[in-house]
Structures are given as structure tokens and as C-alpha cells.
Design a protein around this ligand. Structure first.
Ligand SMILES: Cc1cc2nc3c(=O)[nH]c(=O)nc-3n(C[C@H](O)[C@H](O)[C@H](O)COP(=O)(O)OP(=O)(O)OC[C@H]3O[C@@H](n4cnc5c(N)ncnc54)[C@H](O)[C@@H]3O)c2cc1C
Length: 385
């Protein structure tokens, strides 16, 4: 067993820290104030090669999962809201295109998307169905040469700024639950697409947008994957994106932990630094141990992906543990700052809120437990350990 991070990845992460310091941090207050990530951010990420999906010979390919997780963690340490913008573009939108797009769709959109010139998102959740992915009601009706889309996607990250969306819809309402849906690649700058940005307090500066589709035509060749297999396909996208979102969540915990540690070294109470109180020092050790344990599970999930092994159970374990740990760490870290932590502009303020958001994406904690349990039951009779 080798726990060492490959030197090439460590070197890249070092360069990424430089990128974050020079290209992201100076603009972050303005993006936060405007609650918007500029197009330039996507392009800078593309130019730096920081996306986990690349294009080779006209085909989209996935890079190292470990490298991608470390990049997500690094971005989230300073801004989970910026990290999710990149994640929704690559691990939801682009991932849908990578897994289920034809060679011709890869060629048409792939290069522009990996360069950050075309921004992507994924819309599945509706008002009446989130965890129950199959329960959506948006309709895709077969017409001459394509499909007509009608309905509303309630919560779409990047929905406001994305050019292209991976969208699920009911293509056969009479079919069984697992054959009712299909998946489409939809131009979001076309007639009939209405966008309404929602007012939220989490993952700033990302946008959360309601997308309404009113008689939107989708050509036949923009059906992703197989007609009627949309449910299985969107679940496969979520299984894949669960690992980078676990990394984003871990980064949220680490960002908050680092701020708390800095503050504990400076803040004096009752004549002593906070860090000199043994109760506080023990808290630091406790949370450090939990972060490291969650990181090990995340790295195991990355390793499984990079080895081409089944990673379903491990990706849910990684997301579940990252959220549990990050919930505890971020609330503790905010507490270390006392009253200052409730001020919107205070650097610590966002972290507990951003974990709240992270707990919902790619399946709530209940859904992770459901997946873990189902995976365990597949091995019934055999030892779980
Ligand atoms: C900031 C943000 C960004 C988002 N971005 C996107 C996006 O880009 N694209 C997209 O499609 N969606 C997005 N979502 C939606 C997100 O995926 C859903 O919120 C999530 O899947 C939960 O669905 P729901 O909100 O409908 O809650 P529900 O599914 O109604 O769940 C409500 C409660 O019931 C529990 N529950 C559900 N099913 C079970 C079960 N079987 N057993 C036990 N308990 C259960 C849940 O854990 C939860 O506590 C986003 C949400 C947020 C907050």
C-alpha cells in the first residue's frame, strides 16, 4: 500500500496555490459582492488545465481522480462557492457529455467546454422531485427531427451563466420508472428557455437558477446516451461527481479549520492565547483526526476510480464522511471566532453555510446511507469488512 501523493500532482497543486493566490483571491471580494463568477474564471481554469476532464483526438477523457479531488479541495479551502462553479461545469455538465455524448457532440462542444469558453450545468431536480430522481415530470415529446421540451428545473447551479445544460425529462410517461426518462444536451441560449436566479445565502458567488423550458426544440442528435435510459445515466453522473463534491466538502472543512487555528494563535482570553487552553488544543487534535480520516476515505475512492474498480460504495462513504466531519468542523471553527462569525463579510461566516449546501448536492446524507446499505446488501452472506 502506498499513501504517497505522486510528485507530479504535488507539484501541480503547488502551482494551483499560486494560481489561487494571484488570479482568484484578489477578485473574490468583488465576485462575492456581485454574487457572480465571471466568464473569465472558466477560461482561466481552462488555460491552467485545472479541469479534471480533457480532450484528446476529439474525444473527452477523464484525468486522474486524485488530482481532480486535490484541485477541488484546494479551491474550496478559500471559496467553496467558486469550487462548486467549476464542479458543476465539469463534473455534472461536462461529465454528462463525456459519458453519454456521441463522438460528434464531443467534437462540437468538447474543446470549447474544456477551455471554459462554453459553460455547462446539469438540471434534474424539480420542485416535486430531488432525491427521488425518477419522480420528475418535465416532458420531452418526440417530434419530427427531434424532441420538444416543456417543464421546469427548480435548482440548477450555473443555470444563469451556462450555455449548455444536461437535462433529464420524461420521454415515455407510460414506461416503468427506470425507463421513463431520457437525457438531453440543451442549448440554454435558445428561444423558450427562461432563467430566474434564486436568492440564496450558500455557495456564494455561484448562481442557483430556476430554468423554465417552453417548447424548446432539441435535435435528435442531442439525445445523450440511449432513449429511456436517462435515470440510469443521471445516477451514473452523480456517482462520479460524488467524489469531487466530497473533496469540495473536505476543502470546506480544511478552510475553516485553518482560519480557526490562525485565530487561536492570536486571540487572548483571560490572559492566555486560545491555543494555550488544553480544552481548545484537544478540539484541534480531535478535528484534525476526523479530517484526516475523511481524507483517507476520499483518497480510497479516487484510487478505485483511477484503478478502474467499482467505486459506488466508496464514493458514498467518502461523501457521507466528508459531510459529517465538515458539519462539525465548520460550526466549531465559527464558534472559535465568537460574535464576529455571524457577520456576513467575516471570512469564517460562509463555511458552515457552504457545508449545508454540500450536504444536498449529489445526494443527501440519507441517500448516501441508502446507497451504502444497498451496496452492503449485494454482498449479503459475505463479510462486510
Ligand atoms: C445550492 C444547491 C445547488 C444545487 N444544484 C443542483 C444542480 O446543479 N442540479 C440539480 O439537478 N439539482 C441541484 N440541487 C438540488 C439537490 O440535488 C437536491 O436539493 C437534493 O437532491 C435533495 O432533493 P430535495 O431538495 O428535493 O429534497 P428531498 O428529496 O425532498 O428530501 C427531503 C428530505 O428527505 C430525505 N429523504 C429523501 N429520500 C429519502 C429516503 N429514501 N429515505 C430517507 N430519507 C430520505 C432527504 O435526505 C431530506 O432530508 C441543488 C441544491 C442546492 C441547495
Amino acid at each position: 500500500m502506498n499513501f504517497a501523493i505522486p510528485a507530479a500532482i504535488s507539484q501541480e497543486i503547488h502551482q494551483l496555490r499560486n494560481f489561487v493566490r494571484t488570479q482568484l483571491l484578489p477578485d473574490l471580494p468583488s465576485w462575492t459582492h456581485k454574487q457572480k463568477t465571471p466568464d473569465r474564471f472558466f477560461q482561466l481554469m481552462g488555460e491552467g488545465g485545472w479541469y479534471g476532464i480533457k480532450i484528446k483526438g476529439g474525444r473527452l477523457i477523464r484525468g486522474s481522480a486524485l488530482r481532480e479531488a486535490m484541485i477541488a479541495e484546494e479551491l474550496a479551502k478559500v471559496s467553496p462557492g467558486v469550487a462548486i462553479v467549476a464542479l458543476a461545469h465539469v463534473d455534472l455538465g461536462l461529465m454528462g457529455l463525456l459519458l453519454f455524448g456521441s463522438q460528434s457532440l464531443h467534437q462540437t462542444y468538447g474543446a470549447s467546454a474544456v477551455q471554459g469558453k462554453t459553460v455547462m450545468c446539469l438540471g434534474n431536480t424539480e420542485n416535486k422531485a430531488g432525491s427521488d430522481v425518477a419522480g420528475i415530470s418535465m416532458r420531452a415529446v418526440k417530434v419530427d427531427g427531434g424532441w420538444m421540451l416543456n417543464g421546469t428545473k427548480a435548482y440548477v447551479t450555473n443555470g444563469l451563466i451556462a450555455d449548455l445544460g444536461v437535462i433529464t425529462a420524461v420521454s415515455n410517461p407510460r414506461a416503468a420508472r427506470n425507463k421513463r426518462l431520457s437525457m438531453y444536451l440543451v442549448n440554454l441560449n435558445t428561444e423558450g428557455v427562461h432563467k430566474k436566479k434564486l436568492n440564496k445565502q450558500v455557495w456564494i458567488p455561484s448562481d442557483l437558477t430556476r430554468l423554465r423550458f417552453n417548447n424548446v426544440f432539441i435535435p435528435d442528435d442531442h439525445l445523450l446516451g440511449t432513449r429511456g435510459r436517462g435515470l440510469k445515466q443521471v445516477l451514473e453522473v452523480f456517482t462520479n461527481s460524488r467524489v469531487p463534491i466530497a473533496a469540495l466538502t473536505l476543502g470546506t472543512a480544511v478552510g475553516a479549520f485553518n482560519l480557526a487555528y490562525e485565530h487561536m494563535q492570536k486571540r487572548t482570553v483571560f490572559g492566555k492565547k486560545l491555543l494555550d487552553f488544553q480544552a481548545k488544543a484537544f478540539e484541534l487534535s480531535d478535528f484534525y483526526a476526523k479530517i484526516e480520516a475523511a481524507r483517507l476515505m476520499l483518497q480510497k475512492a479516487c484510487w478505485k476510480i483511477d484503478q478502474g474498480q467499482d467505486f459506488r460504495r466508496t464514493s458514498s462513504l467518502a461523501k457521507y464522511l466528508a459531510v459529517e466531519v465538515a458539519r462539525e468542523v465548520t460550526v466549531w471553527a465559527a464558534d472559535i471566532f465568537g460574535a464576529a462569525s455571524v457577520i456576513f463579510e467575516h471570512p469564517i461566516h460562509k463555511y458552515p453555510l457552504d457545508v449545508w449546501a454540500a450536504s444536498l448536492g449529489e445526494g443527501t446524507q440519507d441517500i448516501q446511507k441508502l446507497i451504502i446499505f444497498r451496496e452492503l446488501m449485494k454482498n449479503q452472506g459475505a463479510s462486510f469488512f
